[in-house]
Write a protein that binds this ligand. Structure first.
Ligand SMILES: [Fe+2]
Length: 189
């Protein structure tokens, strides 16, 4: 396989370039929301798409990078904003860098000791979570939140630890996300 490609970030026609699209709907992640009544109420009406991930074509060697672009839709379940499932990385526990393309949101990062912080996901921002920081992205805006993320190619996604910690306190609709976690501007020490 030739390890070379070049793909425009916009417009979002990544499948044209061989990207693999995965769709996450509410019913696949309903246990992660605090307000289960709101979840059931929503599912009785419809099962909305929360986000779509476009995994860019890449070889699966340890020397390569897993690169994908996510479109996280705007919306709320009860008081909580739409969010990604969130995960830790295993074997190896590599870092992840996120670059905002469109919209506005936060990357919640939490370590296994439960320390929670948040990083900006905005156009023109790069946010970096080192190994050991589980991560979840939340769309705090009213538009689609689009971001590029890159990590080690051969990581195993650990959703279970993330689900247990669940990045709480959660992002709530009317509250400033910056008050929920300790937002890091510049470097996290
Ligand atoms: Fe990740």
């Amino acid at each position: 396989m030739e390890k070379l490609f070049s793909i425009p970030l916009l417009p979002m026609d990544y499948e044209k370039y061989g990207a693999l699209k995965t769709r996450r709907v509410l019913s696949q992640m309903k246990g992660l929301y605090l307000d289960q009544e709101a979840v059931e109420k929503q599912l009785a009406i419809e099962d909305p798409v929360i986000y779509e991930v476009y995994e860019l074509p890449h070889p699966n060697d340890e020397t390569d990078l897993l690169a994908n672009i996510t479109v996280l839709y705007p919306g709320k379940i009860g008081d909580e904003f739409y969010m990604t499932k969130g995960h830790f990385h295993l074997e190896p526990d590599t870092a992840e860098a996120v670059i905002g393309i469109a919209g506005s949101g936060e990357m919640l990062v939490q370590n296994r000791e439960g320390v929670l912080k948040s990083l900006a996901v905005l156009p023109g921002y790069i946010s970096y979570a080192g190994g050991g920081w589980g991560h979840r992205v939340v769309n705090t805006g009213t538009e689609q939140l689009v971001f590029f993320a890159v990590s080690g190619a051969n990581i195993i996604h650990d959703y279970d630890t993330a689900a247990k910690l669940n990045f709480k306190p959660v992002m709530k609709g009317e509250e400033s996300p910056h008050e929920q976690g300790q937002r890091a501007e510049g470097a996290i020490k």
